[in-house]
Design a protein around this ligand. Structure first.
Ligand code: C5P
Length: 220
């Protein structure tokens, strides 16, 4: 990896799948492993950046040289990220943030009773969209897991969330998406440019993305 291309940069990475509490023993979550975000954090350190990782629960080791802040829910992640936002140069939002959370967190364990049970959900704040609305000097990078209409949804997200880059992947493709060590990504930028990458390890994907981000400053 090209060393030092991120020297002097402060990077905030979010990773993992948020946990939304139902009651004291249960939660809703998703299939995110955190691997892509951790690879982005580890690679940024190797390229000379100062890195803070706001992580929802994962089974991964904290990458050496990274300051980690552990969170569980989307709301906790939002608070941690907004606190840090003004003091960072680049935000990589690789976390899989739950779109909805239980309307109420029950203080006692829900007991087994009727044949059916419904759970009311309410929308979580979209952290990345909020960062986009308050963007000053920061470079904002989103991740999107899609199952269909990749280009249409990706381009719309770059625009609607005010992003500099969006890394999109079709999670149904073999060798891409959740839990696996490889990924097949397409990078979209704010100018509408699209770049398709071949299958690579998540670490190689991270190196390519960081190179594109660093290049974009020199073009300005
Ligand atoms: O809209 P979608 O969830 O596909 O967008 C993906 C991007 O938005 C990811 O970078 C994710 O971390 C971020 N996001 C967020 N808050 C949400 C939902 C998504 O920050 N509530």
């Amino acid at each position: 990896a090209p060393k030092e291309i991120l020297k002097g940069k402060k990077v905030l990475v979010t990773a993992g799948g948020t946990r939304e509490a139902i009651d004291p023993v249960r939660y809703l979550t998703n299939r995110s492993s955190g691997k892509m975000g951790y690879a982005m954090a580890e690679t940024a350190v190797a390229m000379g950046a100062q890195v803070i990782l706001v992580s929802a629960p994962t089974n991964l080791q904290n990458p050496p040289g990274v300051r980690k802040i552990a969170v569980e829910s989307a709301q906790e992640m939002r608070e941690a990220v907004l606190d840090l936002y003004d003091n960072v140069d680049i935000v990589i939002k690789a976390a899989a943030v739950a779109d909805y959370r239980p309307a109420q967190e029950q203080k006692q364990k829900i007991k087994k009773k009727d044949e059916t049970l419904s759970l009311e959900l309410v929308k979580n704040p979209d952290i990345l969209a909020e960062l986009g609305r308050h963007k000053k000097h920061q470079c904002l990078v989103g991740f999107a897991a899609e199952t269909h209409n990749l280009e249409k949804y990706a381009k719309n997200k770059v625009f609607s969330k005010n992003l500099d880059f969006l890394v999109a992947n079709d999670v149904t493709a073999p060798g891409a998406g959740f839990s696996v060590d490889t990924n097949i990504v397409t990078l979209f930028d704010k100018h509408g440019q699209r770049e398709d990458f071949p299958i690579m390890t998540k670490k190689e994907v991270a190196q390519e993305i960081w190179k594109r981000i660093a290049q974009s400053w020199h073009k300005q």
